[in-house]
Write a new protein. Structure first.
Lengths: 186, 391
């Protein structure tokens, strides 16, 4: 779970134009932003472009943020917008997207490897809207309500996207019959 | 053990394993460099108190206006059937002529409109506006003043609930049938209400069992109603008798897609714009089947629009590119009004509404198009050379 609460004083100072304060915020946030972008977009350069764009927009538009306590949620919204933009720009090349490689430090069980392959394929078939919703809820740890706020969508839409996104993954796991599938129904 | 928590656990484990450790130093350095060369955007003090929702609505409004203008100028009649373009038409916005020019405005107070959510011209030459009060207000385009109004907050027939949980102003839409009847997408009441042009309630179409939240609507010449269910991301056709004929899009099925809005083409076919970068889907109105795609290959953001009877199709988009573009039925770009990020900028620079029109321009038949902008109800002059290509 990567939920954090940004230092309100830092946000205020950055909002008032303090570049050093913003650098502290940015340095503290860039890794988790990058993880979310990479999970959602798969492609390294697309993820980096999205993070870069989100942070530039954050700095540029920070003076318009009224409530510093909303910084985290707002930053995620900027990131999701940037991810969506990147996805649109690169949509035609989705077919060429390479499977995101992992480098596990220790051997996985056959079950875990199968899960990973199936989930990776199924996840890449989801629309960008559903991917980001799953990542925000199941990786970042946002509640559905907070994710809806971050995405700027109605709660019903957020619930719907999460439900159907997870249903697609469940269906994929069931259809592919990975080892361990039996325990899903146990 | 239940299936769902187990699925959650497996997905969360996979996400944890798949996520990279950290961003590269190079990314941090490059981002720092870009930020160092970016100035913060500071609003004037007066603007900081304007609700964000108002600013957003204003942005949306700009795009809508341009689109509506084109639709109104279309003449009745021509219904040329056009096949799906293959390959897609070319797209060169930099050379597209600007079809619209603001000539006058009626201030907001005179119109009595709060935040408009939809506007259409009726066959009586009046402008029908759905706004967030919530109510339908009928405006005389010659004066910008209300002729009549109806509706209030509530769930009884004749009342509306256009509220929505996010920070947008409201959810609802308005369409006018060929017979002048007024169709209201009653957002949070999850239904369509039908009225006579004088405001008399006629009937309800659909209900909570059919829709989760409605925000888009179109009515064809036979009285069939096409409804966009916002939360289900799908399009539903209700026959003139109110029965559901088919459902398209949504997130399940063999070929799921996210419907954002519906546009009836002059030849009777349906366009469903979609969330994401896909070109609009072309649907068979009798079956809802996906029969192709429409328009040039470009970045398509959530788009709305309308078609004119002379074959012109207006498309407006508001995030991130504020643009209103005119296409022929085959999807070839004829003209464009670009508020930002394009060659035609700085059309409107005023607080609250900014560079935007909203909703889609309506064409009541007096030779002008109308929408709302910073100054209130805007009257737009339309370039006839763009609106009537080849004439």
């Amino acid at each position: 779970v990567e939920r954090r609460v940004a230092d309100v004083d830092l946000v205020r100072r950055a909002r008032d134009g303090d570049r050093d304060a913003f650098d502290v915020l940015m340095t503290g946030a860039i890794d988790r932003l990058y993880r979310v972008a990479r999970l959602s977009l798969h492609e390294l350069d697309a993820a980096e472009d999205a993070v870069q764009e989100a942070l530039v927009r954050c700095w540029r538009d920070l003076p318009q943020l009224r409530d510093p306590r909303a910084f985290e949620s707002w930053l995620y919204r900027l990131l999701i917008h940037a991810i969506t933009d990147e996805s649109r720009r690169r949509q035609r090349s989705w077919a060429k997207v390479a499977v995101l490689t992992t480098d596990p430090s220790e051997p996985d069980s056959a079950s875990a490897v199968a899960d990973r392959d199936v989930l990776d394929r199924a996840f890449r078939r989801l629309s960008i809207n559903h991917r980001t919703m799953v990542v925000l809820h199941h990786y970042v740890g946002l509640t559905v309500e907070d994710a809806a706020t971050a995405l700027g969508i109605p709660l019903g839409t957020a619930k719907s996207r999460l439900f159907y996104g997870m249903e697609a993954l469940r269906t994929a796991l069931t259809a592919d019959g990975p080892p361990g599938a039996a325990e899903v129904t146990a | 053990m239940s299936a769902r928590p187990d699925l959650d656990r497996r997905v969360e484990r996979w996400l944890e394993e798949t996520a990279p450790d950290r961003a590269s130093e190079r990314l941090l350095a490059v981002t720092r460099g870009r930020i160092d060369s970016t100035r913060q955007r500071r609003l004037p003090a007066a603007l900081r108190v304007v609700p964000r929702s108002t600013l957003r609505i204003a942005l949306v409004a700009a795009l809508a206006l341009v689109i509506g203008v084109a639709a109104l100028l279309a003449g009745p009649g021509s219904t040329t059937r056009v096949s799906v373009p293959t390959p897609p038409p070319s797209y060169t916005p930099a050379t597209a002529p600007n079809p619209l020019r603001i000539v006058s405005a009626t201030d907001w107070a005179t119109t009595t409109i709060a935040v408009p959510l939809g506007m259409e011209a009726g066959p009586d030459g009046l402008l029908y506006v759905l706004d967030t009060k919530p109510s339908v207000t009928v405006l005389d385009p010659a004066t910008g003043r209300p002729v009549r109004t109806w509706g209030a907050q509530g769930s009884d027939p004749g009342r509306f609930d256009l509220s929505r949980p996010d920070d947008n102003a409201g959810m609802g839409a308005l369409a006018i049938g060929r017979d002048g009847r007024v169709y209201i997408a009653d957002g949070a009441n999850r239904r369509i209400q039908v009225f006579e042009p004088d405001g008399r309630f006629l009937e309800v179409l659909g209900g909570p069992v059919d829709f989760e939240r409605v925000h888009g609507i179109a009515v064809d010449g036979d009285g069939a109603v096409y409804v966009v269910d916002h939360d289900q991301l799908r399009l539903v056709r209700l026959d003139p008798d109110g029965r559901r004929a088919w459902t398209a899009g949504g997130l399940v099925g063999a070929a799921p897609f996210d419907v954002f809005s519906v546009i009836l083409l002059p030849d009777g076919r349906l366009l469903a714009t979609r969330n994401g970068a896909d070109r609009p889907a072309l649907l068979d109105p009798s079956t809802g089947e996906l029969v192709g795609e429409w328009g040039p290959e470009r970045v398509w953001t959530p788009a709305e629009g309308r078609s004119l009877t002379n074959g012109i199709v207006l498309i407006y988009e508001y995030e991130p590119l504020e643009r209103v573009e005119l296409f022929d039925t085959a999807g070839t770009l004829l003209g464009g009004f670009y508020h930002a990020n394009g060659p035609h900028t700085d059309r409107l620079k005023t607080p609250v509404w900014g560079d935007v029109f909203w909703p889609a321009p309506a064409f009541p038949g007096d030779g002008f198009a109308y929408t709302f902008g910073a100054a209130g109800l805007l009257r737009l002059e339309v370039d006839p050379a763009v609106m009537r290509p080849g004439s």
